[in-house]
Design a protein around this ligand. Structure first.
Ligand code: MG
Length: 254
């Protein structure tokens, strides 16, 4: 199923719905653990799609594609390297990525995002699907200059608007063998496949859950393939993942 979080005219709070074609059937409450019966149906064109979730945390895997580790001047680490983006970085389809004055070199990073659907602690790999609600597109926007100069990644990854997610969550999806790409102003910059993930989506859910408890709605970014590059004021950056969709965000300086 294709699950979106949307703003409906006349309704003050975001609501979830199930998309079929150009229609959306609205449900009550959150879509996990179970999706409730629909309460209304609307044309998709009549709602605004929001970020599909506001997680308690976004846990990100670094250097999880060998070709990207290489372009960063290193190798795939012997143990996974992870970091966290605060949930205040999250924006949705069509929202602006705002370039901060502290950086002169902000990069896009197209990534497959996992959305957790159940409390997850010490989950073994072969049971990871039980706590995975679905998958969406993500852009791990990064101030590359600050990442290098700071010697750690918190500031470079954590500016407001630095985590576009969306446009929706696909719940019936095998995360293996998905084409993943990023284009800027229509020009292809990244072109990879999730088969090249060093540690798979399910492996990372398990590995992370043995350290920290994952809560329903939490998001894991699985890493980016080679081809990261700068985005500047006025650009339009699009992440596309097969069987999910496209996530496009304009870039602005304020
Ligand atoms: Mg990344």
């Amino acid at each position: 199923m294709r699950i979106a979080r949307v703003s409906v005219p006349g309704v003050e709070f975001p609501v979830y719905g199930v998309i079929t074609g150009d229609k959306i059937e609205l449900i009550t409450g959150l879509p996990w653990p179970d999706i409730s019966d629909p309460v209304a149906a609307l044309n998709l064109a009549d709602v605004k799609i929001l970020a599909p979730v506001i997680p308690s945390k976004v846990v990100c895997v670094g250097k999880n594609y060998a070709d990207h580790a290489k372009e960063m001047g290193g190798e795939v680490p012997s143990e996974p390297v992870i970091f966290i983006k605060p949930n205040t970085t999250v924006i949705g389809e069509g929202d602006y990525i705002v370039l901060p004055p502290q950086s002169v070199n902000v990069h896009h990073e197209a990534e497959l995002a996992i959305v957790i659907g159940a409390l997850a602690k010490n989950v073994e790999v072969d049971r990871a699907d039980e706590v995975i609600f679905g998958y969406t597109c993500a852009n791990d926007v990064t101030a590359r200059d600050l990442q290098n100069s700071d010697g750690q990644w918190t500031r470079s990854k954590s500016f407001d608007t630095f985590c576009p997610l969306g446009p929706w969550i696909e719940t019936d999806l095998d995360p293996q063998d998905l084409a993943i790409s990023c284009s800027v102003n229509g020009e292809l910059r990244q072109n990879g496949n999730t088969n090249d993930l060093v540690r798979s989506a399910r492996e990372m859910v398990s590995w992370i859950s043995h350290m920290m408890t994952l809560l329903p709605g939490d998001v894991i970014l699985t890493g980016t393939p080679a081809g990261v590059s700068q985005i500047v004021n006025g650009d339009s950056v699009t992440v596309t993942i097969a069987d999910i969709g496209t996530l496009t965000n304009p870039v602005i300086v304020r």
